[in-house]
Each structure stands twice: as structure tokens, then as C-alpha cells.
Design a protein around this ligand. Structure first.
Ligand code: NG6
Ligand code: CA
Length: 498
């Protein structure tokens, strides 16, 4: 080798060793179904910005969140540990304490060790404080204690009190003379409720959601006080997107990790006026359009700051779709030909594929082929170990017990992905290759309203490669395979197998 060539080679090696790991933007949409965006076949609503991500990146056909509801999916995402391993990781009320113990290695704390500045903006729903939180003082522990440098939060969900934002441990805009109190038990305060005063409502409730009225919408739980701090649902998408864009701009010298967790398309579906009528399917479609606009603003911020080429963007959802989730918003009546779960069976709250198989798009220019598709089985449980690999971090010995380094699948090099994956919806189900097994018992079917299906004594066994809609139960014909699946599920339930 000529000396000049050798020097060039050495310089390249040195440059590679010092190459900055990519920024990471994880866009986590709430309740977005497999069929809810254009690149996955949506009808009646256009999603040009999400589709632009698909055009410039990789689209997954078999990617899953870890549970069919929010809290356990988010818990698993941040800890790399299946949520069913820990008690108290079901859907949290708005006054629940933080369910990730400070000191637990998390996805963001791991990235901090690699020099990342980390931020979470949007829906949290992992609890705050140590139980019985006082919203009027400093709220801790919270995101800062588990690895986020910055937070701007919807504490629980848009439909749960307290209806205020929390930034860096404090309720935003709170006046000390009007303190906040919250109750998930007996009513408190003198604010009208949706149960007693439906005449005050801009959007009527259909089930649950009949307690304190905030901004013309009654919520789950009671709150009093904090009038100056209460959010305006119509402005929520603008508010959180502005915060997310500001985080990007403040950290453009990188590396940074932004966890942008939208409120859309969860209930209550209350778009800004400019998105009203943006779709052909009423409010549920309009908030899909609004969510798409938020994605566009994030992508534009990356472009404007010349960060697009150095930023890994991941777009996905925390659970499958739902139609009537507790408010009268015509989600069913105006659906038209749109199929929220695409060809999948059921949605949110279900162990069928619609509960957890969600859209997932990955963009990293120069590394991930534009316009590509992957049929790999991918689980969000792997994002912790996978992003550790992307960031060049060693995973701490006791960290992320269920999380595998799936960076080859994430970046489009591994067409197969995980050998097995568990899903949670109260109970557990197992995927192994094309096979899907749900143990005997009940699960929900439909998208709200639901019906409970009681599975046969041998449970449910489906082949999702040939029968994506899980119409045919093969459990009766394949007792040996059912037994294999049952025992594998039990084995992983008892002992992590990463
Ligand atoms: C349910 C709520 C539903 C939604 C869900 C959590 C009722 C009747 N239903 O209990 O509206 O808030 O919890 O959704 O109250 S999730 O996406 O955050 O998991
Ligand atoms: Ca959700």
C-alpha cells in the first residue's frame, strides 16, 4: 500500500471513530392505527408529511408497540423491560406517582452517558412524584430523575385531570393564590361536572369522562383551582410542537434525543379551528391531519437547521386505533371507507394484531434506503438496546432486560427481525414468526364499541402471514404447536429472553 493511501485510510478511520452519533427524534403518536396514515392506506385524510418520511425512509409492515394501551407501552419503550414484569403499569390515573424508579437505567439516561441532551415533550402518562403529588410545588421525581434533561408535559392524558402543562417540574402559568387540587375519588371543588351539567359541554361524553369540565369538555377525575394554568385543547398541538421545535433549535449542535409524544390522535379530539374539516371523516380524521402538520413542523425544523442528514427520525404509535373512546365525536358515524386498523383485526385494548401492530417509519439519510420497506418483526421493547447500539453506548449489565440490539432491523439490513415478541392487553399474547397465539380467556374485538370474544379452550392460533385479519383459529387443528407456543410464552413471562 502506498504511504499516501495508508494516510488516507488512517484519516478515514480516525474520522469514523470520532463521528458524532446521530441525533434521535422519536415521534410517538397516541392511538394511531395501522391504517391511519396515507402510506399505510388511509382514506379520507391526507398525511403528506408522514408520507414524506416514508418516501425518504423505511416503512415497517410488522412493527409493534409492547401493549395495547399507553402506559405499559411507554414504560417498556423507556426501560427495555416488558411492563407486565412490574405491578402497577396499567393505564395510570392523573395523580399516580412515577412508575419508573429513579436510578433505573433508561433509554434517555443511557443516551446521556453518550453526551446526548435529552428532552421529552408531550404526553407522559408514566406518573409524577412519589404518590399524592402536590401540583403547587416542585413536582419530583419526574422525567429529570430518569434521564431527561428537559420536559414539557401533558402529565397523564388529554382526557384526565389535571389539565395543565408541567415544565421542568412546575405547572406552567400557575397563580399561587389559586392552587390546584386533584381527586380521582370523591368530587372536589365547585367546578361543574359533565354528569350534572351536560348543557355546558362543547363535546358530550359517551362513557366515563363525566367529571370536572375544563374548556367545555368533561374529563376523567376532578380538579379545582389552577384556572390560569389550564390548557386550551384547541391550542395543544401548536403549544407542544413549538416546544419540540425550540428543543431542536436549542440543541442543534447535538447530539440530542427528542421524545416528541403527541396528544393526537387520543380523545378528546379537539383540533385547532384551522384543521376543522381538514378530513372527510370528522374530528378523528381532522386530528390525524393536525398530527401530520406537527410532523411536518418537526421535519422542517430539522431541514432549516441543516440537521436532517444527521438525525435518525423514528415515527410510530403507542397502541392501536379506537373509535368511540368515551366522547360523542362521530368517529364511527363519519368513518366512511377508512379502515383505522387497515387489514388487521380489532385495535386498542385487544390482543389481536390491531392492538399492537402500528405504523413505523425510520429515516436516516445516507444510511437507510429511501422508499424501502421491511417485513421484519420489530418490537418497541428493542428500541432501548437498539438506540444504545446506534449511539455507540455499552449497555449497563443490568439494563434493558427484554431489549435486544435490533439496529440491523431498524436500519433495514435484517429482513427477519425478532424470533418472538410478547404483546400485552391485560393478558399476554405471543408472536413467533408467522404464528400468533392468544391463551384461552377473553379479549376485545372491534374498535369501540367493542364486544368481548371468548377464545376456545385451546386459545387462539393464527398464521398472520396467510391470514392477516386473524379470521381463522387453527388452535383445534394444531395442538402440538399450541403447546409449543404456550410453553414459550410462559418461559419468556418468567425469564427474560433477549
Ligand atoms: C380508558 C378511558 C379511555 C382512555 C384510556 C387510556 C374511559 C371509559 N376510558 O380508561 O378514554 O383514556 O383509558 O388511553 O374512561 S391510553 O391511550 O392513554 O392508554
Ligand atoms: Ca394510547
Amino acid at each position: 500500500m502506498k504511504p499516501a493511501t495508508l494516510i488516507c485510510l488512517l484519516m478515514l478511520l480516525v474520522a469514523a471513530a470520532h463521528a458524532k452519533p446521530p441525533n434521535i427524534v422519536l415521534i410517538y403518536v397516541d392511538d394511531l392505527g395501522y391504517g391511519d396514515v396515507g402510506c399505510y392506506g388511509a382514506q379520507g385524510v391526507a398525511t403528506p408529511n408522514v408520507d414524506r418520511l416514508a418516501r425518504n425512509g423505511l416503512l415497517f409492515t410488522d412493527a409493534h408497540c409492547s401493549a395495547a394501551t399507553c402506559t405499559p407501552s411507554r414504560y417498556t419503550l423507556l426501560t427495555g423491560s416488558y411492563a407486565f414484569r412490574k405491578q402497577g403499569t396499567g393505564i395510570l390515573q392523573g395523580d399516580a406517582g412515577l412508575i419508573i424508579a429513579p436510578g433505573t437505567p433508561t433509554l434517555p439516561s443511557m443516551l446521556q452517558t453518550q453526551g446526548y441532551r435529552t428532552g421529552v415533550v408531550g404526553k407522559w402518562h408514566l406518573g409524577l412524584g412519589a404518590g399524592g403529588v402536590d401540583w403547587n410545588g416542585e413536582i419530583r421525581p419526574g422525567p429529570r430523575e430518569i434521564g431527561f434533561d428537559y420536559h414539557f408535559l401533558i402529565p397523564a392524558t388529554g382526557d384526565r385531570v389535571p389539565c395543565v402543562y408541567v415544565e421542568q417540574g412546575h405547572v406552567v402559568g400557575l397563580a399561587p393564590e389559586d392552587p390546584i387540587a386533584v381527586s380521582y375519588g370523591a368530587p372536589i371543588g365547585s367546578d361543574p361536572t359533565g354528569k350534572d351539567h351536560p348543557e355546558f359541554l362543547h363535546q358530550m361524553w359517551s362513557h366515563g369522562h363525566n367529571a370536572t369540565i375544563v374548556n367545555g369538555i368533561s374529563r376523567i377525575g376532578y380538579m379545582s383551582g389552577g384556572q390560569s394554568a389550564r390548557w386550551v385543547d384547541e391550542d395543544m398541538a401548536d403549544t407542544i410542537t413549538n416546544k419540540a421545535v425550540a428543543f431542536i433549535e436549542d440543541h442543534k449542535d447535538g447530539p440530542f434525543f427528542l421524545f416528541f409524544a403527541t396528544h393526537d390522535i387520543h380523545v378528546p379530539r379537539v383540533p385547532h379551528q384551522r384543521f376543522r374539516g381538514a378530513s372527510e371523516m370528522g374530528l378523528r380524521g381532522d386530528v390525524i391531519a393536525q398530527m401530520d402538520w406537527c410532523v411536518g413542523r418537526i421535519l422542517d425544523a430539522l431541514d432549516r437547521n441543516r440537521l436532517a442528514d444527521d438525525t435518525l427520525v423514528i415515527f410510530t404509535s403507542d397502541n392501536g386505533p379506537v373509535l368511540d373512546d368515551g366522547y360523542v365525536d362521530e368517529a364511527n358515524e363519519r368513518l366512511g371507507p377508512h379502515k383505522p386498523a387497515g387489514p388487521l383485526r380489532a385495535g386498542k385494548y385487544s390482543l389481536f394484531e390491531g392492538g399492537t401492530r402500528v405504523p413505523m417509519l425510520v429515516r436516516l439519510p445516507g444510511r437507510v434506503a429511501a422508499g424501502s420497506r421491511s417485513n421484519a418483526l420489530f418490537g418497541q421493547v428493542d428500541l432501548a438496546a437498539t438506540l444504545a447500539a446506534v449511539a455507540g453506548a455499552d449497555r449497563p449489565a443490568d439494563a434493558f432486560p427484554d431489549s435486544r440490539d435490533a439496529s440491523a432491523a431498524l436500519l433495514g439490513d435484517d429482513p427477519t427481525g425478532r424470533p418472538h415478541l410478547l404483546h400485552e392487553a391485560g393478558r399476554l399474547a405471543l408472536r413467533r414468526g408467522p404464528w400468533k397465539y392468544i391463551p384461552p380467556g377473553q379479549t376485545r374485538d372491534g374498535l369501540g364499541p367493542w364486544r368481548n370474544v371468548r377464545l376456545s379452550e385451546s386459545g387462539f392460533l393464527g398464521d398472520v402471514e396467510t391470514d392477516l385479519g386473524e379470521a381463522r383459529n387453527q388452535a383445534g387443528d394444531q395442538p402440538e404447536l399450541v403447546e409449543e407456543m404456550r410453553s414459550l410464552l410462559e418461559q419468556i413471562r418468567l425469564h427474560p429472553d433477549r
